[in-house]
Design a protein around this ligand. Structure first.
Ligand SMILES: [Cu+2]
Length: 243
């Protein structure tokens, strides 16, 4: 390749990378992340996006340059030159993706392992999914039951999910993770909320006519507020039991 050609390919690649980066950054694709596990997932996601932008830029630049430079002239009916491959190029375009895929695999494995790590001081909540509602039990606080999920800021919760009828799936977009609730088995999901506020739990497995309405409020509270609320619920449950 002549120097002028290389400069042209690089300029097109930079323009393509710039356009793709703008699309990635200036459109709010994801809701704000509000859990530690979600932050790790987002990190892997953005690394993959960056790799995709780089690959896209190279492919777009070589394609556009070739289409413009090597297009056939009018009345040119001759055959193109016979090309039998290029060993150096083939090794390059096999080795680079192998390295990239390995990087993604390692980052994903580390994020998954860290996200599955259970802390000893975790809150435990038994989640029950049924057509078409969620309910939540707090076994560490006398086992009272609610229809909204209340969690503590910066304290890991281990959700133990059960389904009473068909497969449902637990999803809070701000927490990023999804976990199916499957009849007959108990599935688990650790979450560490990082922001006080209210989000929405959405069933993300088509589970019947009321699927679209199968939602519940998720309220992340300051530790002291959560403790106060949980103790109050526990006392109420104990009184109702005694009555
Ligand atoms: Cu459902």
């Amino acid at each position: 390749m002549r120097r002028g050609a290389i400069v042209r390919v690089v300029v097109i690649a930079l323009l393509a990378a710039g356009a793709a980066t703008a699309v990635a950054l200036f459109i709010p694709w994801l809701p704000p992340v509000q859990s530690k596990e979600g932050e790790r997932i987002d990190f892997v996601f953005w690394v993959v996006v960056a790799i995709c932008i780089a690959v896209f830029a190279v492919v777009a630049a070589v394609t556009l340059y070739s289409v413009i430079t090597f297009r056939v002239r009018p009345d040119d009916d001759s055959d193109g030159p016979p090309v039998h491959g290029h060993t150096g190029l083939e090794i390059t375009w096999t080795a680079i993706p192998a390295v990239l895929v390995t990087i993604i695999a390692v980052l994903s494995a580390v994020a998954l392992a860290e996200n599955g790590d259970l802390k000893s001081n975790r809150l435990k909540v038994d989640v029950t999914a049924r057509q078409f509602a969620w309910s939540f039990k707090y076994p560490q606080y006398g086992g009272f039951e609610t229809t909204e999920l209340r969690l503590e800021e910066n304290r890991q919760v281990e959700l133990n999910l059960r389904a009473l009828d068909v497969i449902h799936s637990f999803w809070v977009p701000e927490f990023r993770q999804k976990q199916d609730a499957v009849p007959g088995i108990v599935t688990h999901l650790p979450i560490t909320p990082t922001k006080v506020g209210t989000d929405t739990l959405i069933c993300t497995e088509l589970c019947g006519l009321g699927h679209a309405l199968m939602r519940a409020k998720v309220i992340v509270m300051r530790p002291a507020d959560f403790e106060q609320w949980a103790r109050a619920q526990q006392r109420k449950g104990a009184q109702a039991g005694a009555g």
